[in-house]
Ligand binder design. Structure first.
Ligand code: ATP
Ligand code: MG
Length: 356
């Protein structure tokens, strides 16, 4: 799949832009703070209805403007689809696919498959479990609508249940209603756990192989899914935690506390890995993700590389280059020297200045 073109109006510092994209590597270069990441963010936003920067929709609107518009043409298996998003300051956003308005922006998930790779991803191993869960969720939501449904239901129920646990302090009688929430939490939570388990299992083999190649087989990486609680024990664990949860006024077990673990020679590299080991593992994870998505959708995902090239040494750059193959990528950097030096195959180059 590819993005044929994107049009923006009052999106962050991009006041007006109409940009046709090349089918392979698109390089966006320019000084700092000119709008390169903003453009990648817009593409990600157009494909998922979410920003990868953890921000509110209204922050995406150009300072001082009341609304913003995005129009994107995505070509998938030979068919072009049009995505329109209309952002307003004090209203929820309007989304249309092929000219038809959709109720929830999450309906965009799965239409496009976008993989974003930024310097923060290179810190995925040393960051906290929240970032690693986000990595799994973002990918799985694009790949599997059933996962998207159960995860959003789980999060809703979890929020309600936590609210109730806080209210119990003032109104102990409400405890009777907790059981109804437990049932829902377990129902959706079990699906989340089981689909995450499959996903990580498929990813595991790929990550471990790729890591072996990058490290020249000197080190062996083990990736595993750390379930906070297993599907089978979830109900029982909730019962066991009842008193502690009432005291702490929050849900103590469930997939909202899952993690991914990375081990090399029996050592947990989240805590004990060197910076190089952590980065190699993170790169392997991202490369494996591309491979897995390609396999699942029988098509190429679109890759957004935000400032990562300069962060990798020659050997790691080569591995990344090999994976790029035929897929469409948008690559940001501040200068072209590095790319030219390494004979990077460039398809289209765009110079970005002041949102233009
Ligand atoms: P770098 O090379 O440093 O990563 P960049 O080209 O990727 O730079 P961006 O992150 O795209 O830069 O941001 C460019 C500018 O966009 C920043 O100066 C920021 O102040 C501005 N900006 C962010 N949000 C808005 C907004 N809502 N309205 C107008 N400008 C904004
Ligand atoms: Mg940037």
């Amino acid at each position: 799949m590819i993005i044929e073109s994107i049009e923006l109006q009052n999106y962050r510092n991009i006041e007006k832009l109409k940009l046709p994209l090349g089918e392979k590597n698109n390089i966006l270069y320019g000084d700092n703070a000119q709008g390169k990441t903003n453009l990648l963010e817009a593409i990600f936003f157009g494909s998922t209805g979410k920003s990868f920067r953890f921000c509110k929709d209204k922050e995406l609107i150009h300072f001082g403007a009341e609304e913003a518009h995005l129009k994107m043409i995505l070509k998938k298996k030979g068919i072009s689809h049009r995505i329109d998003i209309h952002l307003k300051k004090n209203k929820s956003k309007g989304v249309a696919i092929d000219g038809f308005p959709v109720k929830k922006s999450s309906e965009l998930f799965g239409l496009g498959n976008i993989i974003i790779f930024s310097p923060e991803d290179l810190s995925l191993i040393k960051n906290g479990p929240k970032e690693r869960r986000r990595f799994i969720d973002l990918e799985l939501c694009q790949l599997d609508k059933i996962y998207l449904y159960h995860l959003s239901m789980y999060n809703k129920v979890l929020q309600q249940r936590n609210k109730l646990l806080k209210e119990l302090y003032f109104r102990p009688k409400l405890e009777e209603t907790l059981f109804a929430w437990d049932e829902e939490l377990v129902k959706h939570g079990k699906m989340v756990i089981s689909l995450r388990r499959d996903f990580v299992e498929n990813l595991r083999k790929k990550v471990e192989n790729i890591h072996g190649e990058i490290s020249g087989k000197r080190e062996e990486l083990l990736l595993s899914y750390e379930e906070n609680v297993s599907e089978e024990n979830f109900s029982l664990q909730l019962e066991k935690n009842r008193e502690a949860e009432k005291k702490q006024q929050t849900t103590l077990s469930g997939p909202h506390r899952d993690d991914l673990s990375f081990q090399i020679n029996g050592q947990d590299i989240r805590h004990f890995g060197s910076q190089g080991q952590q980065r190699t593992a993170a790169l392997s994870l991202k490369l494996a993700e591309i491979d897995l998505v390609r396999e699942r959708i029988q098509d190429n995902p679109i890759l957004l590389l935000d400032d990562v090239f300069s962060e990798l040494d020659q050997k790691r750059q080569n591995f990344l280059l090999e994976q790029l193959g035929n897929l469409q990528s948008l690559i940001t950097c501040t200068g072209l020297e590095e790319l030219v030096k390494h004979r990077f195959p460039i398809d289209h180059v765009f110079y970005v200045e002041n949102g233009q």
